[in-house]
Design a protein around this ligand. Structure first.
Ligand code: HEC
Length: 141
């Protein structure tokens, strides 16, 4: 009886510690677009999107300034073109320095879900759309 009470107490304490740790981590709501940008794009396009990431010195063509996409398109953010550029569908073979994220995310989805059934297209599309949304928020006014 005493042992089970101690055990229960320990479990409750562990539960509280676990919950408060995960609440502390949350803090601000998760920004999937920013997270994906920071881990996949900032190395070339820069943390602020202006195209000055540290990997630039290894590129033949420098990575574009992603804060002027709207400005360079008559003030309209080119959603479809940005989506296609990130996804990489129809990219000419070998002539492109930017990685093909549509393919990369498919591989990541397979690694993430292993043998659990999942919708690869939804995984890829969610991430690309989050990136498009994040880039839209980076546009210079
Ligand atoms: C290895 C470096 C590299 C990485 C990583 C990279 N890019 Fe690029 N990106 C480039 C280069 C270089 C260009 C210029 C066009 C080209 O050569 O393909 C470009 C072009 C673009 C364009 C077209 C810009 C325009 O002016 O039309 C968009 C949009 C873009 N990148 C978004 C992204 C996003 C979003 C990510 C992360 C998921 C990313 N890039 C990751 C190198 C990179």
């Amino acid at each position: 009886m005493l042992r089970s009470t101690i055990l229960k107490g320990t479990l409750v304490a562990a539960g509280i510690a676990f919950c408060s740790a995960s609440f502390a981590q949350k803090g601000a709501p998760m920004d999937l677009g920013k997270r994906e940008y920071d881990s996949n794009c900032a190395s070339c396009h820069g943390a602020d999107g202006k195209g000055n990431g540290p990997a630039n010195e290894f590129l033949k063509r420098s990575a574009s300034d992603l804060t002027t996409l709207a400005k360079r398109n008559g003030g309209v953010f080119p959603v479809a073109r940005v989506y296609q550029t990130i996804e990489g569908a129809g990219a000419a073979h070998g002539s492109r320095e930017m990685p093909i994220w549509g393919r990369d995310y498919q591989v990541k989805a397979a690694e993430y879900y292993m043998d659990v059934p999942y919708d690869a297209e939804a995984y890829v599309r969610t991430r690309i759309l989050a990136l498009v949304d994040y880039l839209n928020r980076l546009q210079a006014k």
